[in-house]
Design a protein around this ligand. Structure first.
Ligand code: SF4
Ligand code: SF4
Length: 94
């Protein structure tokens, strides 16, 4: 079943095929979006560890490079856990 969005899933359906979650971009679930301030970031990657949606982007040198808004659901855990207040949440504007 090739779907372009989770919204096309029939009601009651769950992801049953291993490794297929990436096919379903869940970013449009968000009511708030995280805003990252690279000037404050010390690249400790605590946000990477805590993010339940693997949405913190990290390069090959182990530095945070941003947030993948295709999958971030806006839970705010990264804002809560960041020791440098380098992430804050804003109301999502659509
Ligand atoms: S937790 Fe904060 S300081 Fe650490 S990598 Fe994430 S944004 Fe940067
Ligand atoms: S708001 Fe939640 S899902 Fe989005 S990057 Fe932060 S921890 Fe991850």
């Amino acid at each position: 079943m090739a779907l372009s969005s989770w919204k096309e899933l029939p009601i009651g359906t769950i992801i049953t095929k291993p490794g297929s979650a990436r096919e379903f971009k869940t970013g449009d679930w968000r009511s708030q979006r995280p805003i990252w301030d690279p000037e404050k970031c010390i690249h400790c990657l605590i946000c990477f560890i805590y993010c339940p949606d693997s949405s913190i982007k990290v390069n090959s040198e182990g530095k945070m490079t941003g947030i993948d808004l295709d999958y971030c659901k806006g839970c705010g855990i990264c804002e809560e856990e960041c020791p440098k207040q380098a992430i804050h949440m804003e109301i999502e504007k659509r």
